[in-house]
Write a protein that binds this ligand. Structure first.
Ligand code: TYD
Length: 209
């Protein structure tokens, strides 16, 4: 099963993911965690180019193609082989990030992006996508205060991030059977419990406490 976590900056995906994976393993599942862009040696090299503050000359088309190149490698090298085994893949960001950030955020036509995504992934779609939803300003402030990675990609205006959030909500509304929305503006443990409840339902487990 292929599960993706999506959400705006500072929504807490990356800190919730390891705990969620641990809990799934305790339930007896085989779990592989990964993140985008990244997850293979080649994809991590592409991530470094994308995140490099010195790359101010990078054009929007270049950026899109680099995200897609990183994803194509991850899908073929890691995801497809793992999905043939009985493994749950938990991925921090995937194709919906491209639709939300490059599409809704930067205004690249969604149908163009969807064609490119289809080529890059060979049509691999998540079985479940969890949206970490929260007010954009709260997320950006969390990011700044945590002292985490604050790179070139974070430097866009607030309005951009607001379009990204709206985009996510629109994508979720389009495909409600694939998306589940979790309120990310809650204490860490409550968000974790909500996530476990979503997964328990999807995997037909008894409710977690
Ligand atoms: P990262 O530091 O991993 O941020 P986060 O912890 O919020 O996931 O950086 C990933 C950045 O790349 C983030 O700003 C979202 C952006 N991004 C895109 O714009 N398009 C994409 O397709 C992907 C995968 C990420």
């Amino acid at each position: 099963m292929f599960i993706t976590l999506e959400g705006p900056e500072g929504s807490g995906k990356s800190s919730q993911l390891p705990e969620l994976a641990l809990w799934l393993r305790q339930q007896g599942f085989q779990v592989h965690t990964t993140r985008e862009p990244g997850g293979t040696e080649i994809s991590d090299q592409i991530r470094a180019i994308l995140g490099d503050l010195a790359n101010t000359a990078m054009k929007p088309r270049t950026e899109i193609l680099l995200f897609l190149a990183a994803r194509a490698q991850l899908v073929e090298e890691v995801m497809r082989p793992l999905l043939l085994t009985n493994t749950i893949i938990l991925c921090d960001r995937y194709a919906d990030s491209t639709l939300a950030y490059q599409g809704y955020g930067h205004g690249v036509p969604l149908d163009t992006l969807r064609q490119l995504l289809d080529f890059a992934t060979g049509g691999l779609q998540p079985d479940l996508t969890i949206l970490f939803d929260l007010d954009v300003e709260i997320g950006l402030n969390r990011r700044k205060n945590s002292g985490g990675e604050w790179n070139r990609l974070d430097a866009y205006a607030l309005a951009f991030h607001q379009r990204v959030r709206k985009g996510y909500l629109a994508l979720a509304a389009e495909e409600p059977q694939r998306w589940k929305i979790v309120n990310a503006d809650q204490p860490f443990n409550k968000v974790q419990l909500d996530l476990r409840q979503v997964l328990a339902k999807t995997l037909s487990l008894s409710n977690p406490v």
